[in-house]
Design a protein around this ligand. Structure first.
Ligand code: AP5
Length: 217
């Protein structure tokens, strides 16, 4: 099963993808996480992506498509992948379709997490991530047991450099301008499922599993 997660910044894509990938034994490929790894390793791609990410703009399609197709092809795709944050433009979606079709594969379902804009900024500025295992927390909605420390691996929790109020506004605008058109794109293809992302994390997970259980049987 190949699944795409769509949704604005802070909608809960990363949070849900980790659980879904684990439950359905899918490979979780997050374009944002891969870009952050490239930046941490100071690669050519990481350097090129830096100014786009820091200002809340999208990294150019040619760089992203090449990066993600390499990851998808390298993934053990026997059970499938869950794509988190990719595609994010119509151009990226068309390139993904072409590459999957050439390999005799397809996207089974696109899960679109709908969250009201006024909730997104609070979710993002309160987000903390584990510097060790990458687990996501929120200082209000999903706090760690010990302040600033990961429950799972006891490493320090950090805040992303693009999680400031100013950059978040740009990221939300970029989503509406460039990524939201994908909702109609996948609706026309007939594989889009909307999920209410305004409710508690566990309720969102349950709604997604209900959909995926139907798709996978
Ligand atoms: P990326 O890392 O993909 O960031 P994003 O899309 O902005 O999404 P986020 O990671 O901020 O949010 P999320 O939906 O994963 O939310 P989360 O689960 O963490 O991209 C970063 C940058 O890289 C982009 O700006 C761009 O420059 C570049 N990039 C990446 N992909 C690209 C592409 N394809 N093309 C071009 N450029 C690309 O949750 C957020 C917080 O809310 C957490 O603290 C969580 O605990 C909490 N939370 C989650 N769910 C709930 C809930 N139901 N109730 C309450 N709190 C919740």
């Amino acid at each position: 099963m190949n699944v795409i997660f769509l949704g604005p910044p802070g909608a809960g894509k990363g949070t849900q993808c980790k659980v879904i990938a684990d439950r359905y034994q899918l490979r979780h490929l997050s374009s944002g996480d891969i870009l952050r790894r490239e930046r941490a390793d100071n690669t050519d791609l990481g350097q090129k992506a830096q100014s786009f990410m820091d200002s809340g703009r999208l990294v150019p399609d040619d760089l992203i498509v090449a990066m993600m197709m390499k990851e998808i092809n390298a993934a053990d795709t026997n059970s499938g992948v869950v794509l988190d944050g990719f595609p994010r433009t119509i151009g990226q979606a068309e390139e993904l379709d072409k590459a999957l079709n050439a390999a005799g594969k397809d996207i089974d379902v696109v899960l679109c997490l709908d969250v009201d804009d006024d909730k997104l900024e609070h979710r993002i500025t309160g987000r903390r991530s584990c510097s060790g295992c990458g687990a996501a927390y929120h200082i209000t909605f999903n706090p760690p047991q010990v302040d600033g420390i990961c429950d799972k691996c006891q490493k320090e929790l950090t805040q992303r450099s693009d999680d400031t109020a100013e950059v978040v506004k740009n990221r939300i605008k970029t989503y509406h301008d460039q990524t939201a058109p994908l909702v109609s794109f996948y609706k026309e293809k007939g594989n889009l499922k909307n999920v209410d992302g305004n409710v508690a994390i566990e309720q969102v997970t349950q709604a997604m599993c209900d959909i995926l259980d139907r798709v996978s049987t």
